[in-house]
Design a protein around this ligand. Sequence first.
Ligand code: HEC
Length: 102
Amino acid sequence: MKLTHTVMMLAGLMAAGSSQATSLYAGQSKAAAVCSQCHGIRNPSADAPFPPLAGRDPEYLKKAIQQYRDKTRKSDIMNAIAGSLTDAEINDIAHYYGSVKP
Ligand code: HEC
């Protein structure tokens, strides 16, 4: 009984640490450290040129960031920023912004 419990817990921990799992927390840290310098959360679109990200469709955001990274979508600023992001990071950030109320 006890051993089964421990094994189950370990399996749960490993799943949580896997790079496949979406981490809103990781997305939030990254967004706060990097993206929020330009993309505001609370008062976004009014002071464009920075498009708002909060509450947008995560799949759209994911695709847009990947396109910036792969330079199929051009923006000097965003090409530079997205260039170093991994797929897992992009996934986390996109879902974090998708979960935020604009
Ligand atoms: C130095 C300022 C700056 C930072 C930092 C920045 N961005 Fe941007 N971002 C821009 C600008 C400017 C645009 C508009 C570019 C264009 O015309 O395509 C943009 C556009 C975008 C878009 C496209 C939105 C749309 O409506 O299609 C996404 C998604 C995005 N940024 C995500 C991010 C993420 C995620 C981060 C953090 C990892 C980030 N940005 C950090 C300046 C910035």
